[in-house]
Each structure stands twice: as C-alpha cells, then as structure tokens.
Design a protein around this ligand. Structure first.
Ligand code: SF4
Length: 349
C-alpha cells in the first residue's frame, strides 16, 4: 500500500510594522502568532525613507508616531506583496478604568484605506467589553484555528510576556530585550557596565524612547556621557497598582499617561533618592502627553527634581538635542558636586 503523507499547509505570512505598540507588545504578538502557525515578517527599524513616506501619507496635524507607522505599513506592502495579512491590533482598553489614545482605537480603520492594503489581521483588546482571551479566539479564527488551539496559544504567549516583563524589571533595556525576542534567544542581561554618577528616569511612550531613529539615539547620547538611564519598564510592579488622583475635578483616562504619572509619584516618595533628574520625550502634536507634561512640571517644581522636556518631530536636529542634554547633565553634575561638598563640610544635615 502506498504510504499516505500528511502535507503541511504553507504558513500564512503576517506583516508587523515595527512602530507604535510594537515596542510594548511585540513579544506577546510574536508568540501568539507563531503558536497559531503564522510566519512573521517585520518592517525593520525606522529609517529616513520610512519617515519621509509616512509624512507624505499622513496629514499635517497627525503626531509623528502615527506618520511613522504609515511609513512602516507602506514599506511592508511594497517589500512583501505576498503578505496574507497585515497585523493591525485595535487597543481600546486594557484595564477597566482607562483607555488608549484614540489613535490606537482607530488604527485598523486608518490603515485599511491605504492603497494595496492586504487583509487586516485584527486583535481587539477591549476589556471593558470582553476578556482578552475572547480576542485571542477571534484572532485564531482569522488564521483558521479552533478555540482550543487559540486559547493554548494565548496562554503560552501570556506566560512568555510575563517572563519578558520580569526580565525588564531585573534591569534589562527594552531594545536589548526585543533583540533577544526577535532572535528567539533566552533572556540574559548583558555584562554589567560601570555605574554612572548620575541617573535619569527617561519618560515617554515606548515608540518615542525606543525608536532610535526618530529620537536620534537619545538613550545612547546619555549613556555616552556616563549617565545611567532607567525607564518605566524597569520599575517594580507595585508602582502601577495605585491610581493617581489629580484632583476632584480632573481625572486622567489615558493608560500610558497614567503609567507615567504613577512612575513620577513613586520617585516623589519611596524612590526619591534613586534618580537625579527626569527627561520626558514627547511627540509634537500629542494631546495626552501635553496635558500631563504640565502636571509633571508643576510637581517637579514642588519636589525640586530637575526636569527636561523634549518635543520631537521629523525635523528634530542632532546638534540642538546634544546641547540640551549636555547642559542639563552639566547643571545636575555641578549641583551634585556642590551638595556633596557641603555634606563633606557638615553644612547639610
Ligand atoms: S498618545 Fe500621542 S503620540 Fe501617541 S498616538 Fe496618541 S497622539 Fe500620537
């Protein structure tokens, strides 16, 4: 009798733009999609062409991260005409009392109108309406998988994502961790670098602080000057458990901004001596960030912690940025030396 060979179906090719929530959720997305049998292709790091194309496509008042997202999407369309899907998740709410910025809520709608758009693979996170496992079942359905397989994939991805976050809380930098995820390598911290004398908290959305092209490799500019940098991903879980009450009239409904405010509150209290200053990277035309930056600035004045806000857009220049970092660092370094001198002479208790 002739042997009957079971044929492997070809994998469905799914494109993921390396922009926006890629910097927050890629490990989870990669795991769940691969567990569901998909082959992932990435658009690659942001570059000049991506930005130019995205800016051309996006209309004037859009924030730069969305324009960059367009650029990544168009690059995927061009380089992979055989894509079965483009993965454009819709993030509405991840916790019951906060929302994502409206741009994330409408993301699949603004992508599907682009010319030559392949099928959109949707993953809707909206815990106000349904649990995330329901979104996972729906995701599996689009890839032709049943409920059991989809839930298994979801649980595997959840577990992996937790390991990823534990690694970040152990001190790993997001870009290092993402490189390991991309290459399927185990989570391992790089060799310990010499500790700097100054330590900054770098605040901002992941796509602003970890996209090294658009922020002109900001983090490296700091570390090159011997500064230690931490980001909110490195903070303990407990920091994000207590909601921030601004006042009786004003409530913040944006999830990212809530996390930023929670981190700031931590450094005003328990973590007070852990940092020497705060830098906030903001995108030009970002509504949610511009509101909280006012609040942060006010709080910073009260506690006397140095604060630098940098607004980025597609025209940001290297020289100006470097000058601002250098003068901020210099100011803090002098202040520290002066304080240490006074402590040495017993002038400060
Ligand atoms: S939070 Fe700000 S930068 Fe991010 S997508 Fe919304 S408007 Fe743009």
């Amino acid at each position: 009798m002739e042997a009957f060979e079971k044929k492997e179906l070809p994998k469905l090719k799914v494109g993921i733009p390396e922009a926006l929530h890629y910097y927050r959720y890629f490990p989870f997305w990669k795991k769940i999609l691969e567990e569901l049998g998909a082959e992932i292709v990435l658009s690659g790091p942001t570059n000049k062409n991506i930005v130019e194309e995205g800016v051309q496509q996006g209309f004037g008042e859009l924030c730069i991260p969305i324009k960059i997202y367009y650029g990544h999407v168009l690059k995927l369309f061009r380089e992979y005409p055989d894509l079965d899907f483009i993965f454009v998740p819709r993030y509405v709410s991840e916790v019951k009392d906060a929302f994502f910025c409206p741009k994330f809520i409408s993301l699949p709608d603004i992508v599907k109108i682009l010319p030559n758009c392949p099928k959109i693979l949707n993953f809707e996170v909206n815990v106000k309406e349904f649990p995330i496992r329901t979104a996972a079942i729906e995701l599996g359905k689009q890839l032709g998988k049943g409920q059991t397989r989809s839930l298994e994939a979801y649980n595997t991805a959840k577990k992996y994502f937790k390991e990823y976050h534990d690694f970040l809380r152990d001190g790993a930098q997001v870009n290092h961790a993402l490189r390991l995820v991309k290459r399927d390598l185990p989570f391992k911290l790089p060799k310990k670098q010499k500790k700097g004398d100054i330590r900054f908290l770098l605040l901002g959305h992941g796509y602003n602080i970890f996209d090294t092209y658009i922020n002109l490799d900001f983090q490296k500019k700091l570390t090159d000057q011997g500064i230690d940098v931490i980001t909110i991903e490195n903070l303990p879980k407990k920091v994000f458990k207590i909601p921030v009450i601004i006042n009786k009239k004003l409530r913040n409904y944006w999830i990212h901004e809530e996390e930023i405010l929670q981190s700031i509150r931590y450094f005003f209290t328990e973590g007070k001596d852990e940092i020497d200053g705060v830098i906030f990277l903001i995108s030009f035309a970002c509504g949610p960030d511009s509101i909280i930056s006012e609040l942060i600035m006010r709080d910073m004045k009260v506690v006397g912690l140095p604060f630098l806000e940098i607004i980025m857009d597609e025209h940001s220049g290297e020289a100006g940025l470097l000058t601002r970092i250098e003068s901020f660092t210099e100011m803090i370094s002098r202040k520290k030396k002066k304080l240490q001198g006074e402590l040495g002479k017993g002038k400060v208790s």
